[in-house]
Design a protein. Structure first.
Length: 231
């Protein structure tokens, strides 16, 4: 459960963080992060955290309360106050109500990049992500800034990518949509916002393992990453 963190200024890593086992998986939408992160977590007996679900949860809470996602101060306050529970089976509970499907809806998908560009929202969610990880002794975290900002000293940093066509086809399948070109447009727009924002943009960490998953199966990606971890 992610309650409001008592002191979100406290974002520096403590010395004990060197004891954590952290796998950081970053990349654009549809690059295969979630599936790969879940499988890696299973193989390594670690827990898995989808940090995108946290940005989506804040956005969902904003829309439910009729707040403007572009209102910087309102979003910063909301991020500190909102209760977000992400359960092991993927269920997401926002302020006590199951929002698992709602956070994946098009309304949230369209507004989430604006909320994720807010540096105060990011500071709060990054603090919660670090707290989640410390409590568990480590974890497999997926997002956009895990290897660059949240855990720059992760045991393994991975940057997954894939062609726009492959990513759009995967998203269209997930969303049960036939119109791949519409999905591709939305995806490209979100990638642009995520990689061009000033606060913690999507980018590959210098020491991340780069994998293009366009023509790889999940098994091949997982095997390659387990190999990289053991190398
Ligand atoms: O992975 P996703 O599509 O569910 O992510 C939703 C949005 O949140 C996306 O626009 C990028 C943003 N995000 C982020 O800025 N930082 C993260 N660590 C995870 C997601």
């Amino acid at each position: 459960m992610f309650g409001g963190s008592p002191d979100h200024e406290e974002v520096r890593l403590s010395a004990s963080d060197s004891e954590l086992t952290v796998i950081a998986i970053d990349g654009p939408a549809g690059s295969g992060k979630s599936t790969v992160a879940r499988r890696l977590a299973q193989a390594l007996d670690l827990e898995y955290l989808d940090t995108g679900a946290m940005y989506r949860s804040v956005t969902h809470a904003a829309l439910s309360r009729h707040l403007d996602p572009a209102d910087h101060d309102a979003m910063a306050r909301l991020a500190r106050e909102v209760s977000i529970e992400i359960e092991a089976d993927g269920t997401v509970v926002v302020d006590g109500i199951d929002a698992t499907n709602a956070i994946r809806g098009s309304e949230v998908s369209q507004a989430v990049s604006v909320v994720a560009a807010n540096p105060d929202v990011r500071a709060e969610l990054v603090a919660r992500q670090r707290e989640w990880t410390r409590k568990r002794g480590g974890g497999v975290l997926e997002g956009r800034d895990i290897g660059t900002v949240v855990f720059p000293h992760a045991n393994l940093k991975v940057y997954l990518t894939a062609s726009t066509e492959a990513r759009a086809a995967r998203r269209a399948r997930d969303e049960n949509t036939a119109d791949e070109s519409k999905v591709a447009d939305a995806l490209t727009r979100r990638d642009q916002l995520d990689s061009q924002r000033r606060a913690d943009p999507l980018r590959q960490a210098d020491d991340a393992v780069l994998l293009d998953t366009t023509d790889l199966s999940i098994d091949e990606v997982v095997a390659a990453l387990l190999g990289a971890l053991r190398a």
